[in-house]
Ligand binder design. Structure first.
Ligand SMILES: [Zn+2]
Length: 417
């Protein structure tokens, strides 16, 4: 005869407890209503789970919740609804990403909580949030080994480290809060572009101080390298912010403007490195310790640019890479890995070329490092403020859908819960 399944429930025996030691002293098992007494069942929870207990555990949880008088929906995790691309305003849509969109008028708290829910932005958020902590940790380690306060030779590195912590953090925040409203989305990305262009200034300051080829040290380019890089940040932030105004009506033009905005400072910053690598490959190179790291950095930088421009792999299979594996996530990862190799290269050049650079050049100044950063920071903040004011004060832009209110349709196809 087949034995019917028995339902057991954990029962708190009180602090006086039962006999013996350990969990049986405090927790006993009781049979369900109308069922026989438990068949001498005295084993830990994992044992109950192993003996067919998923359903049993569910019942135990319901009983426990009743005993504690918790509201019925308190222990039920209800995730916000996600939407498909045709259900959100055009300005929120990403090329070849079909599903996983958050509500386009989320609150700040919803945005923060959404980073723990799987949406098409979750990996974007974490691929820059976690590296922020990695670079901060590297910065703390360097703080204990370098004398940033009084040794001017380390100031370019200080600026660089601050900026490689800032850009992934800003990007992570931009991706987190980009669904509060269409205006907030644009302003979030204005800050993201501003932080990236400041990072390009950080590269210029370190490359001008540690990476410059020997034959170019004290040249006109060397002396004007940082001022030109400051001008580049203004150009880069302005063009990339402007590209968002073109996005809806002229998407291709917008993409070209935004890509060029970042390519120009990248090429300028890397001119000394390209020339130095050219010298190295032709056999006339003195300090070779950093060369391999510089090459890895360039490889990842090109990969980053390629992913940003190509929208691969999601363009080949729209909808397949909505949550994991789309180009923006790969772009973030390549950018961070590239930055890691760049940091290694800068540190290698900084220590191996120290005595030569200190003997043959004036060395970094406060104005040329932290002063340049402060000036560029304020100028870029001004540019972002200007574009944000334009965005908020231009009613024409809303008619083109730039600031359109969400047009959520019936959630018939929404991915509920
Ligand atoms: Zn991003």
């Amino acid at each position: 005869m087949k034995k019917s399944p028995q339902h057991l429930f954990p029962v708190w025996r009180g602090s006086g407890g039962g006999p013996g030691w350990g969990w049986p002293r405090y927790i006993g098992w009781e049979a369900g209503e109308g069922e026989a007494e438990p068949w001498g069942f005295d084993c830990p929870v994992w044992c109950v789970l192993c003996s067919g207990g998923r359903e049993r555990l569910k019942q135990a949880c319901q009983r426990g919740r009743g005993a504690l008088r918790l509201p019925a929906n308190m222990l039920r995790i209800k995730l916000p609804r996600l939407f498909d691309n045709h259900q959100v305003p055009k300005v929120f849509r990403e090329d070849s990403i079909i599903s996983g969109y958050r509500h386009p008028q989320s609150s700040a708290l919803d945005c923060i909580l959404s980073s723990f829910q799987m949406t098409n932005e979750t990996v974007n958020i974490w691929t820059h949030f976690l590296p922020t902590w990695y670079f901060l940790w590297c910065f703390c380690v360097l703080c204990s080994t370098e004398n940033f306060l009084t040794e001017s030779y380390t100031w370019p590195l200080l600026v660089y480290m601050l900026l490689i912590c800032l850009y992934p953090f800003t990007s992570s925040c931009a991706h987190t809060f980009s669904t509060m409203s269409s205006e907030a989305r644009h302003i979030c990305y204005f800050f993201d572009y501003g932080a990236l262009s400041l990072y390009s200034l950080g590269c210029a300051i370190t490359y001008g101080s540690y990476v410059m080829p020997e034959c170019w040290v004290n040249s006109w380019l060397h002396q004007h390298f940082v001022p030109i890089a400051i001008a580049n940040t203004i150009f880069c932030t302005s063009m990339s912010c402007y590209s968002r105004f073109l996005e809806l009506q002229f998407p291709h033009r917008s993409k070209i403007v935004r890509t060029s905005a970042f390519v120009v400072p990248f090429i300028f910053d890397n001119i000394p490195l390209f020339y130095r690598l050219l010298l190295c490959f032709s056999g006339s190179c003195n300090h070779t310790e950093a060369v391999s790291s510089h090459c890895y950095h360039l490889l990842f930088a090109f990969l980053t640019g390629f992913l940003f421009a190509s929208h691969l792999p999601e363009r080949l299979a729209p909808g397949r890479f909505d949550y994991i594996g789309h180009s923006h996530q790969l772009f973030h990862i390549c950018a961070v890995v590239g930055t890691h190799f760049q940091m290694e290269a800068v540190l290698a050049d900084m220590s191996s070329r120290r005595s030569w650079l200190m003997a043959h050049s004036a060395g970094p100044s406060f104005l040329g490092t932290l002063g340049a950063l402060a000036l560029a920071f304020l100028l870029n903040l001004g540019v972002i403020g200007l574009f944000s004011a334009c965005l908020l004060r231009t009613p024409n832009l809303s008619t083109s859908g730039f600031t359109s209110t969400p047009t959520l349709q019936a959630p018939a196809t929404a991915k509920d819960e």
